[in-house]
Design a protein around this ligand. Sequence first.
Ligand code: NAP
Length: 101
Amino acid sequence: MKILITGGSGLLGRALISASINMGIDSMPAYHSNPIGRASVKIDITDLHGVERTLREIEPDCVIHAAALTNVDLCEMTQHVHGRLMLTLLKMSLTRVTMRG
Ligand SMILES: NC(=O)c1ccc[n+]([C@@H]2O[C@H](COP(=O)([O-])OP(=O)(O)OC[C@H]3O[C@@H](n4cnc5c(N)ncnc54)[C@H](OP(=O)(O)O)[C@@H]3O)[C@@H](O)[C@H]2O)c1
């Protein structure tokens, strides 16, 4: 099983990566502006076409969505983003989607 972890450069994402390594699960961390030191992919969750393209390339079995806009003011201006991302993931016919945040 291949897992794509959005927000892989964040606090929660880093913990999820460590857990997946410990469990021997194949994970692909995604970052936005802070590259991670191992094989990773750049994703901007506000760029839906880019997300769709990346999902097609990686073809993950599962996505753990740990990316978040932790800046509260910015978050209030972009409330629609997570809902639209969810629709994109469903369109890609993923077998399982887990969202945090
Ligand atoms: N920390 C906890 O203990 C904890 C516990 C339970 C739930 N949560 C929830 O988990 C979520 C993440 O929390 P966190 O503490 O890990 O936050 P964080 O450390 O601030 O990490 C945020 C992550 O989101 C990424 N990100 C931000 N904007 C993005 C964008 N436009 N496109 C793609 N990725 C983007 C960041 O990437 P870059 O850094 O590369 O820009 C970073 O990896 C939040 O919703 C939080 O409420 C956190």
